[in-house]
Write a protein that binds this ligand. Structure first.
Ligand code: UTP
Length: 290
């Protein structure tokens, strides 16, 4: 079993749910408190032992590359002004990872974005992590998943129970429990955005995957859907015919930072957890007439 070293971050989407903020700025760079959302997810990858980062970008995404690049002028300025704390923080970002970029020319869906990383991933298992899902947990979600991958030896898809009335926004798995802890499921089938009364379960697919390189061939054969996109879920359905796939109900709290309400909730919770901001922010919230 090969150790997972590489993580693919599809970040070429248009972020229409966040317009107008995303007109000229990538959604991934919106800050939760004072850190862009993509940095939280990259930090989760690093904390899970994945330091080889592949970001799939598109038009108007230069800010992401700049963020993870060395900023000589800024570093020099901070040094001259003796702001060593900030200097260390800024340096840590570019030192943190070994990052490569690949471009998705047209936004043809998540499956297509993953396919763009084929050559950079090569012939080894890898992670796919979506910046929209920020997971707050004692053990990083991706670390939990690499352990499941090592135990079961097949692709692992993160899932979470969601209320029935919300299920139609997600990909949903039909799975049989694989362990007594009700966390690992052997996937029988999966459906993209089912109607509430047609969903096979309440286990929704969240933006964390461990995939094996045979997914690329499956995606190459996956036809475009009605909207003209290649869905990752459809590629995975094809792969399921050839090997066992697992759903993993991770331990942790997930924030959907890809929509405005989820983003606001995450901002409040992360600010409350901060040592420097938590207490005054809590006082401020208490004083609001709600
Ligand atoms: P979303 O469905 O959230 O799409 O994609 P989006 O464009 O980012 O946002 P909305 O829905 O228009 O507001 C899920 C993830 O897949 C990436 C996105 O960047 C996001 O991380 N993605 C999606 C691509 O990289 N390429 C695509 O063609 C589609």
């Amino acid at each position: 079993m090969r150790r997972i070293r590489k993580a693919v971050f599809p970040a070429a989407g248009l972020g229409t749910r966040f317009l107008p903020a995303t007109k000229a700025q990538p959604k991934e760079m919106l800050p939760l408190v004072d850190k862009p959302i993509i940095q939280y997810v990259i930090e989760e990858a690093v904390a899970s032992g994945l330091t080889n980062i592949i970001i799939v970008t598109g038009r108007g995404k230069n800010a992401i590359e700049d963020h993870f690049d060395v900023s000589y002028e800024l570093e020099q300025l901070l040094q001259e002004r003796g702001k060593t704390d900030l200097l260390e923080q800024v340096r840590a970002i570019s030192n943190m990872i070994n990052v490569s970029y690949v471009r998705q020319g047209e936004t043809l869906g998540l499956g297509h974005a993953v396919l763009m990383a084929k050559d950079l991933v090569g012939d080894e298992p890898f992670a796919v992590m979506l910046g929209d899902d920020i997971i707050d947990s004692a053990v990083p979600c991706m670390k939990q998943m690499t352990e499941v991958f090592e135990r079961h030896g097949g692709p692992v898809i993160a899932v979470q129970r969601v209320p029935r009335q919300e299920i139609s926004a997600y990909g949903v798995i039909d799975g049989i429990p694989e362990d007594a802890g009700d966390r690992v499921f052997r996937i029988r089938d999966m459906v993209e955005k089912p109607k509430a009364d047609e969903a096979p379960s309440d286990l929704a697919i969240i933006g964390r995957y461990i995939l094996t390189p045979d997914i690329f061939e499956a995606l190459e054969r996956t036809p475009r859907d009605a909207g003209g996109e290649i869905q990752l879920t459809n590629g995975l359905r094809a792969l399921k015919e050839r090997r066992a796939l697992y759903g993993y109900r991770f331990e942790g709290r997930r924030h959907d930072a890809g929509n405005k309400l989820g983003f606001l909730k995450a901002t409040v919770e992360f600010a409350l957890q901060r040592e420097d901001l938590g207490a005054p922010f809590r006082d401020y919230l208490r004083g609001l007439k709600l």
